[in-house]
Ligand binder design. Structure first.
Ligand SMILES: CC(C)=CCC/C(C)=C/CC/C(C)=C/CC/C(C)=C/COC[C@H](O)COP(=O)(O)O
Ligand SMILES: CC(C)=CCC/C(C)=C/CC/C(C)=C/CC/C(C)=C/COP(=O)(O)OP(=O)(O)O
Ligand SMILES: [Mg+2]
Length: 284
């Protein structure tokens, strides 16, 4: 294994796309709370803490999942031998440590959210992942909490509450679909995930029902006057992609969950546009 292959493997452990996406969500939370310009230090610390925590969470997840991933995802950095399990664990500890240092620069509510999230990230794989729906709900909370974390870093978390719910429910949908995709390895490892507990198609129907509820609730940021009308125009294609992804997952869970992620990213862009237009009085 060359140094370059090891470095690529270490970077892969963090799942950079998720690191960037979750960091953007934290920024959106601060943006929605109206604190980006007058709290630059706190926003920077919160965004960086989020990215480091997500990177650490993904790395420790791959460390704990190394046997499952030999079945489900053999191309990943640890099963293919690019990074050693101990190296992945040490890397996650360094990332978590840096996240804690930055989180301590924030107001107490943001510190509390970070503390809960960091414990959840470490505990997820070993304690919650194999419990039907509970592991999914924890990841959903973690993703949604980024909005609350960003808002708490600069001010009130109220405006971010509806974004927390929308992102959390959409993530819960995707996590259930991902578990349907991973049934083989999860069953091999004795995990009792939702599709293993209730069946794959019932689990997909639960996921679809959750997503339909989130889509029906998606106009709320406009109704609550948090976002301008441009948000409605921008969230419609995102909703369409997410609903199609749920339909697609019945025949191809891997394709469905992947498409759902793109729809969720597009919904996050709709959040940014909605807020940008609101605060600039329509200039943006
Ligand atoms: C209905 C509506 C408007 C919903 C809002 C949807 C929204 C804005 C969701 C946010 C989702 C997002 C951008 C999440 C950040 C990426 C992230 C950290 C996801 C969590 O990762 C856990 C996942 O299991 C890792 O697997 P993979 O993504 O396959 O690496
Ligand atoms: C705001 C702060 C301080 C932290 C935010 C923490 C966030 C946003 C975490 C996002 C969710 C996340 C990265 C969870 C880590 C564990 C993880 C990758 C769960 C999904 O993994 P598996 O269920 O094993 O499925 P795969 O490994 O196949 O993706
Ligand atoms: Mg995993």
């Amino acid at each position: 294994m060359t140094a370059g292959e090891t470095l690529r493997g270490v970077l892969e452990l963090t799942r950079p796309v998720n690191v960037i996406a979750a960091s953007v969500l934290t920024f959106i939370g601060a943006f929605v709370a109206g604190g980006v310009t007058n709290h630059p230090v706190e926003v920077t610390a919160a965004v960086a803490a989020t990215g480091l925590a997500v990177g650490g969470g993904n790395a420790i997840n791959d460390y704990f999942d190394r046997e499952i991933d030999r079945i489900n995802q053999p191309e990943r950095a640890i099963p293919r031998g690019a990074v050693s399990p101990r190296g992945a664990l040490a890397f996650s500890v360094v990332l978590f440590g840096a996240a804690v240092v930055l989180a301590l620069l924030l107001p107490w509510l943001a510190i509390a959210i970070a503390a809960i999230n960091l414990v959840a990230l470490v505990a997820y794989t070993e304690l919650f992942k194999g419990l039907p729906g509970l592991g999914n709900a924890l990841v959903a909370y973690l993703v949604g909490s980024t909005f609350l974390f960003g808002a708490a870093a600069v001010g009130e978390i109220g405006p971010a509450a509806v974004l927390f719910l929308l992102a959390g429910v959409a993530t819960l949908t995707r996590e259930i679909i991902k578990d349907v995709e991973d049934v083989a390895g999860d069953r091999e490892e004795g995990l009792n995930t939702l599709p293993i507990a209730i069946g794959e198609r019932p689990a997909l129907w639960v996921a679809t029902a959750l997503l339909v509820a989130a889509v029906l609730a998606s106009p709320l940021p406009y109704v609550l006057d948090e976002f301008g009308a441009v948000y409605l125009a921008a969230v419609v294609p995102a909703n369409a992609i997410m609903l199609y992804a749920a339909y697609e997952s019945f025949g191809n869970p891997a394709a469905g969950q992947s498409r759902l992620k793109y729809g969720m990213f597009l919904a996050a862009v709709a959040f940014i546009l909605g807020r940008a237009v609101e605060v600039t009085g329509g200039i943006v």
